[in-house]
Each structure stands twice: as C-alpha cells, then as structure tokens.
Design a protein around this ligand. Structure first.
Ligand SMILES: [Zn+2]
Ligand SMILES: [Zn+2]
Length: 119
C-alpha cells in the first residue's frame, strides 16, 4: 500500500498555483514541468548552472515562442527571482490559455494599428 503511494508521488506533482495533481509525463510521453490546467510551473531546476535550484519560486506562464520547427515553447518567468525559462508545450496543455497568450500582443499593440495602413 505504501508502495503505491510512493509511486504516485514520484510520477505526479501538485500544482502550487491551482492545486491540480498532474502526471510528470504528458499523454504523448514527453516530460512535463508545468501544470496542464493553469500552465504554472515551479522553479526547481537551475537553467544557468543545470543543477537543482534553491529558489523553488512559482513560475508564471508569460508568453509563447515559436521555434523554426514550428513547435510552440512556453515561456515562464519566476515570480521570485525573475529567471526566464522555455519549455515545450504538451499535447494536453490548456489550449485556451495558450491561445490567449499567443494573441495577447496582437490585441494590445504598442503602437496605433492605423499606422500600418499608411505604410
Ligand atoms: Zn495548475
Ligand atoms: Zn526562481
């Protein structure tokens, strides 16, 4: 019985933001480091030094980046130390939040759109 609980703990994590218990591997077999529901992550590995991070801060999804291959990357920023990370989007990630983040810059252009018409 304790065996089952241990296995469950190794293969799942609890989202620090929405409390969802998620598996560490996505449905397509890729490793997941963020919550599939709210897309928040946790700063547990140091991306500069490659080792585990002492920070443990919450990482908010802030943007989408598209690689040359067409793959979508999710950009996270740590709310505690401001470190930025990028991670591949998983097949079962919340598509509504992904789309909302992808169109946000288009919905809030830093210049008047009318200027484009006179180019
Ligand atoms: Zn979550
Ligand atoms: Zn951090």
């Amino acid at each position: 019985m304790s065996n089952t609980a241990n296995t469950l703990k190794i293969h799942t994590f609890t989202c620090a933001w929405c409390g969802l218990t998620a598996t560490k591997t996505a449905s397509d077999g890729s490793l997941r480091n963020h919550c599939p529901s709210c897309l928040h992550s946790q700063h547990v590995s140091d991306h500069v030094e490659g080792g585990p991070s002492e920070c443990d801060g919450r990482m908010s999804p802030i943007a989408i980046a598209v690689l040359r291959t067409g793959d979508w990357m999710l950009i996270h920023r740590c709310v505690r130390c401001d470190e930025l990370t990028s991670n591949p989007v998983c097949a079962d990630d919340n598509q509504l939040i992904l789309m909302r983040m992808a169109v946000r810059p288009l919905a809030q252009p830093p210049f008047p759109l009318e200027a484009l018409g006179s180019l």
